[in-house]
Ligand binder design. Sequence first.
Ligand code: CUA
Length: 370
Amino acid sequence: MAIAIALFVIVIGSIVFHLVTPWWLTPLASNWKQMDDTLTITLLITGFFFVVINLFVVYTLWRFRHRAGSQRAAYEPENKRLERWLIGITTVGIVGLLAPGLAVYADYVRPPGDALVLEVVGQQWQWRFRFPGASGKLGGSDARFVSGTNPLGLDPADPAEQDDVVIVDNEVHLPLGRPVNVLMRSHDVLHDFFVPQFRARMNIVPGQVSSFWFTPTEPGRYESMCAQLCGVGHANMRGFVVLEEQAAFDAWLAKQPTFAMMLAAAAPAPQSDGPAARGRALAQSKGCVACHTVDGSAGVGPTWKGLFGKTETLKDGSTARVDEAFVRNFIRDPQGRGAKGVKGFPPVMPKIEMSDEELDALLAYIQSQR
Ligand code: CUA
């Protein structure tokens, strides 16, 4: 009897919890209400079977409970009628679970012809974006073109590339009411671009372009995140998507550099740019900026502003003055025995491959942040 009462309490408790839970979906900001509807159908079907099966068990436990001498079980291994019913109901339930998802997914990966193209590039641990320029066509890209001044690996020789608009920042803007075809690339490992309010996400497999589309409907600034565990900085792989009116979007887009402008800005030869400027580009392309700010605010790691010359308390309680040798050693072998991280920060600094020349440039840049 105890188990019957426990099951009954679990059924009632589950229904009540569902009705009063504070964990509802975030407000929808895209056209994908179908995603929510599909989830609701799944919840109703699984919830219905959960309640019916558990209450049936409660009923049989109570109805056929042990009473001395009064009840005997009858063994009936083959009941064709009952089996037909069970198979029929289960089939309807499974079809109900799968079919709506198939229909929505088929829609989800077939963008309308007039969609605005947005490229999303994931890299440990940051997001970058690109729009096709006036030509309406994205130029080619390849990992072998990646450099400090070309973090997206765009093909400098491709004529369609020159007018592409490159967003070397974790925030991108989009106009309301127009479908967006999102094309995604990864530079290293599996990532997943996800904005909960859009009900849209997709894995990004290195070496291929994956895609989905959506139409922004509600103005606002929404956080995008990475939904595949991609290394120690995964939780910090965040960005923002701002949805705004077409005019505001046009004004924002006009201020962003084209690939040709980026190349021209980088052209006066890295040497004459000075090591600090090269270090700045490296901090972007190597992903340092995902964890280290230069404005004094705390990130996953210590800010670079005023870092040099600071005396920091280390994990083992000792103190050390942050100088070139300290930073150099730490970057070269962040998890090594000799490396003692700064107290208050998680030990998540990855080992990043860098030439001596690149490390010099990066140090010059960090040193210039006073
Ligand atoms: Cu990228 Cu998690």
